[in-house]
Design a protein around this ligand. Structure first.
Ligand code: HAM
Length: 407
């Protein structure tokens, strides 16, 4: 609704400011893409693809082949590869502010259509960019004056070290499977890593003693994570290492992170490295790192923290008319104000002076311009200073100029 756009605009301004500083360029991918981009990219074992993706069927086909995007990352990688940017833009740095669709039970902070802002850095394995994405995320939050946020960070390893970790994890959980929640039993089979971020009460005792990803990283992942933390320390970006953080999308490797705010039970944003995503989409091998934050969630935090949106443009002039002739002249006059870049409020559907003056007063304008039959006849307009109540006649052909001089 219109009132929310003052928040949208403020978030977009912060995103653009930070993106401009770090040289991210705007990207927009199709809202609807081949469903396989997400099945292969986001991943078949992710909840997003298993339960939340909207598959689009046309009347003439039995099978759905397209999907409403449940996130941006696979589409951005596809666009980067398909447009041949992997040869010229190294790394590719993109930002977006885009609508996303997920089949959810709509509730507080959880919608079926929502917006994400996000950053993606594609075609680099350098840990400096992991830190840069996190630093840029923090800068957006600071720009919005959001307080009490925290960044949780972890490393979930790579293709070399993760399989042996997952094996250990399965061994650990095996004997207790009957005591875990239904979701964890399912996760055990299809995505054991996710057992580590189960929120069910009865799984917590097992989670606490579970093997930790950080204790099972290979040398390369260990060094990568160490340098990410060193860069963050150097930039004075605050973070908390959380070895249970694993994220819900299949493509992550090495660094993963999430953003939380005190007093809110949802994650404000999340991201991480996705070094294998391009390959799963039949692209070249390329490291990448990114993040996304939910815009509606950001707005909720801003509203509850009494942070305002961008101030609305407040017109300083209100044009009042009385009678048909005056209405016609008022329409013509507005064209003149438009050409000179002066915003004018009006109430063309009202006729009475009293109600229009009341509205002008409510809008807090500096000047009311009053056109009646007599003024039209004499080619003048009444200029009323709303603060002092003083009124004077100004020639119609000079009124735009006069108003410009006064505001
Ligand atoms: P995600 O964690 O699935 O990551 O979503 C990012 C953010 O989108 C969440 O933290 C949340 O604020 C918001 N969000 C998710 N679902 C909903 C919903 N149903 N209603 C409202 N807001 C929601 C991704 O989507 C990854 N693509 C992030 C990324 C970019 N990783 C690397 N690059």
């Amino acid at each position: 609704m219109p009132d929310d756009f003052s928040y949208f605009d403020k978030i977009e301004k912060a995103l653009k400011r930070v993106s401009c500083f770090f040289s991210f360029f705007r990207i927009e991918t199709p809202i609807m893409e081949d469903v396989r981009i997400f099945e292969r990219g986001t991943g078949m074992t992710s909840e997003v693809v298993q339960k939340q993706i909207f598959v689009v069927k046309s009347r003439g086909r039995k099978e759905g082949v397209m999907a409403l995007r449940p996130e941006m990352t696979p589409g951005v990688v596809r666009a980067y590869v398909q447009n041949g940017l992997s040869y010229v833009v190294l790394p590719g740095k993109f930002y977006y502010f885009s609508p996303i669709f997920r089949y959810e039970q709509p509730q507080h902070g959880r919608f079926r259509q929502f917006y994400q802002i996000g950053l993606e850095i594609i075609n680099t394995s350098d840990s400096a960019y992991d830190a840069q994405v996190i630093s840029a995320t923090v800068k957006i939050l600071e720009d919005l004056r959001i307080k009490g946020f925290s960044i949780k960070i972890n490393s979930i390893g790579c293709k070399v070290c993760r399989p042996s970790f997952v094996k250990k994890l399965k061994e650990y959980y095996k004997s207790n499977l009957s005591k875990l929640c239904r979701d964890c039993v399912k996760r055990y089979k299809i995505n054991p890593l996710r057992m580590l971020d189960c929120k069910e009460e009865k799984c917590q005792v097992y989670k606490i003693k579970a093997p930790q990803t950080l204790d099972h990283l290979c040398v390369s992942c260990k060094n990568h994570f160490k340098t990410v933390l060193e860069y963050l320390d150097e930039m004075k970006v605050p973070y908390l290492v959380d070895s249970t953080l694993v994220r819900g999308l299949d493509y992550y490797s090495k660094t993963v992170f999430e953003v939380f705010v005190d007093g809110f039970d949802f994650a404000l944003g999340g991201g991480g490295r996705y070094d294998y995503l391009s390959e799963t989409l039949s692209g070249p091998r390329m490291g990448a790192m990114g993040m996304a934050m939910g815009v509606e969630r950001l707005i909720e935090v801003m509203k509850q923290s009494q942070i305002s949106g961008l101030p609305k443009i407040q017109p300083k002039v209100f044009l009042i008319h009385m009678g048909d002739q005056a209405k016609k002249k008022a329409m013509g006059l507005m064209e003149g104000f438009y050409k000179e870049g002066v915003n004018v409020r009006e109430s063309l559907s009202k006729d009475s002076l009293k109600s229009q003056l009341r509205q002008a007063d409510k809008e807090g304008v500096q000047i009311a311009l009053i056109l009646g039959q007599r003024e039209v006849f004499e080619d003048v307009i009444i200029l009323r200073d709303m603060k002092s109540g003083n009124q004077e006649n100004v020639a119609l052909r000079k009124v735009v100029e006069e108003v410009k001089r006064r505001i």
